[in-house]
Write a protein that binds this ligand. Structure first.
Ligand code: ZN
Length: 159
């Protein structure tokens, strides 16, 4: 009998708290709610998070800080684009507004006469992220989970 640890194609269930290391400000936490379940090695999580948790056993706690490259990457000017106002339909865009599109969420960064400048960079791009993680459970993924590319059940996709 070998210990079950986090590796590719396992489902990990974790409690976590994420903070910005420079000011200890919390940006996300599962505390007080359901723990999060994810399928390891299927891009459900940012790359550094999985890498730092590899080999962990149930009950283990790990704390680590990820540079932006291992989290949401660096912001790029290529992700800032101009859209025509007509594309917003009934919405009147104003600076600072967060909106959702087929290409993901974006932020309105400038409003001109005919066009609107929007930023598709992830809000946490360019930031280092610190995580405190407790591994609640780790198990083998089902064939269906591997097919779907995500974890099922509590804390995962329920469908
Ligand atoms: Zn599914």
């Amino acid at each position: 009998m070998t210990d079950i640890v986090i590796e590719k194609d396992m489902v990990a269930t974790v409690h976590y708290t994420g903070t910005f290391p420079e000011n200890e400000e919390e940006f996300d936490s599962s505390k007080g709610g359901e723990p999060l379940s994810f399928l390891v090695g299927h891009k459900q999580m940012i790359p550094g998070f999985e890498r730092e948790m590899m080999g962990a056993m149930a009950g283990e706690k790990r704390t680590f800080t990820l540079p932006p490259e291992d989290a949401y990457g660096q912001p790029s000017d290529e992700n800032i684009v101009e859209l025509s106002k007509e594309q917003f339909g009934e919405i009147t865009p104003t600076e600072g507004m967060m909106l959702m599109s087929d290409a993901g969420p974006f932020k309105v960064v400038g409003v001109n006469e005919e066009t609107v400048k929007v930023d598709f960079n992830h809000p946490m791009a360019g930031r280092a992220l610190k995580f405190e993680v407790e591994l609640v459970e780790v198990r083998k993924a089902s064939a269906e989970e591997l097919l779907h590319g995500h974890a099922h059940g509590p804390g995962g996709y329920q469908h």
